[in-house]
Design a protein around this ligand. Structure first.
Ligand code: PHE
Length: 440
């Protein structure tokens, strides 16, 4: 019998109907890459998501993501050397299966922080998930004694569906740490830590109510790190896009850095966020080893940079195996200026789906990410977008009704309305079976 990999009954139905190679063999285990994992009521990875595991687009020669990765690595190799040797080490092959401790606890992410929600992550079970960011590896690499390193790989987040969002994307994360002698080599009188702070006994939590710094750090150390961090990242963005790229810094909040910022670049008449960064919380450094240094960290998304650099209009193209796409990047120098020319845009088919929610659900409590995953599980990569088109509450019955438009488009051929209707019917059936809704 085909078994459940998810707590609601969506996937029982699904697994019966589709021929997934990764179908779990028993009700309590999930099979991934030859390993069995216990499932529980946290388990929400879908058969579709499993198919992205191991594609490693960031390492495929000739994939735009891999080209951007190479350019970023080159920048760090070239910009930071000691006696002619690069000081950054690169980790681009770490397993995406991480513990809740790695992804959240080690990074001081509070227990009830929204980023931990099942709604936002792909959990294997309550202890393991597909990493939601590359920062998940920060503590273990610090613990291994590294000071300057890049972590590059695929990350997984449940999200909406459109041309710039895909549930799997790629990040480059980095840490650069320095001791007093390195940071203040021309100013040996200056200190990293406030005199009142005992580095041997780092407090459980430092005060971060002062927006300019962590309570343990001196303002001089924080400001110098901020200046370096920002100039290194602007240097990177200019190395990628040229000196004329328009950018701005925005104050931000991350549980694992303070102060924190985001960098936005101006692209296609809009500000687009490309990275988050900040000064690593001292508690993280102290818990992982180095209690006498200060570090900055950042995390950037490869897809957005690649889309902007090469003019790639749709994030799904990164996954394309079509030669019309791949040949535009194959055998090119990584620094070559490439402008993607659409192979041809095949027409879209748009079908609406409307349903009444069951009595106990409202528009706000309806789990739309579950619904998006379900749509993508059935429709696969031809789902271009799912957008909420309309919602209303029946004046008499008080029942809530929603209408979504599902945009179907194949990147490599024209879809017929006939085949789209068939898939659409399957989606309607699965939604009815799993959410107890009534199709209108
Ligand atoms: N992990 C953050 C994200 O995914 C980015 C980040 C990394 C921010 C390191 C600060 C420091 O959005």
């Amino acid at each position: 019998m085909v078994k459940l990999i998810r707590s609601n009954n969506v996937y029982i139905t699904l697994l019966h109907r589709c021929k997934y190679s990764t179908v779990p063999k028993s009700i309590s285990t999930i099979h991934i890459n030859g390993k069995d994992f216990k499932s529980d009521d946290y388990s929400n990875i879908t058969p579709k998501i499993l198919t992205y595991l191991g594609r490693n687009l960031h390492l495929q020669k000739g994939n735009p993501l891999s080209m951007v990765r190479q350019r970023i690595v080159n920048y760090f190799y070239k910009s930071f050397t000691h006696r002619g040797n690069p000081i950054f080490s690169i980790y681009d092959n770490l397993s995406p299966i991480v513990t809740v401790k790695q992804n959240f606890d080690d990074l001081l992410i509070p227990l009830h922080h929204p980023s931990r929600a099942k709604q936002d992550c792909y959990y294997i079970n309550k202890d393991l998930l597909f990493r939601a960011h590359m920062t998940a590896h920060q503590s273990e690499l610090l613990r291994a004694g590294l000071n300057n390193f890049l972590m590059i790989g695929d990350v997984y987040r449940r999200d909406e569906i459109d041309s710039t969002h895909f549930p799997v994307f790629h990040q480059v994360d980095a840490v650069r740490s320095q001791r007093k002698e390195e940071l203040f080599n021309s100013n040996p009188d200056l200190e990293i830590f406030e005199p009142s702070f005992d580095t041997k006994k780092p407090k459980v939590l430092n005060d971060i109510t002062d927006s300019s710094k962590q309570s343990c750090h001196t303002l001089e150390a924080t400001k110098l790190m901020e200046t370096q961090l920002k100039s290194h990242l602007i240097g990177l963005i200019q190395a990628l896009f040229g000196k004329d790229i328009k950018y701005r810094w925005v104050d931000a909040y991350f549980p694992f850095t303070h102060p924190s910022w985001e960098l936005e670049i101006f692209y296609e008449n809009k500000w687009m966020e490309v990275l988050g960064c900040g000064i690593v919380r001292n508690e993280i450094l102290a818990a992982a080893g180095p209690n006498n240094s200060i570090a900055y960290a950042f995390g950037l998304g490869l897809e957005r940079l690649a889309m902007a650099l090469y003019n790639i209009p749709d994030i799904r193209l990164m996954w394309s195996k079509d030669s019309g796409f791949l040949n535009q990047f194959a055998n090119k120098d990584v620094d070559a200026k490439i402008t993607y020319k659409p192979i041809s845009l095949y027409p879209q088919c748009v079908n609406d789906i409307s349903f009444w929610l069951p009595n106990d659900l409202t528009i706000d409590t309806f789990m739309s990410n579950d619904f998006y995953d379900l749509v993508r599980d059935i429709g696969g990569d031809i789902i271009e977008q799912v957008k909420l088109k309309d919602k209303f509450v029946h004046p008499k019955t008080k029942k809530h009704s929603v209408c979504y438009s599902i945009v179907y488009r194949h990147l490599e051929r024209t879809l017929t309305q006939f085949e789209v209707n068939k898939i659409h019917k399957e989606i309607e059936k699965a939604v009815t079976d799993s959410y107890n809704v009534v199709i209108r």
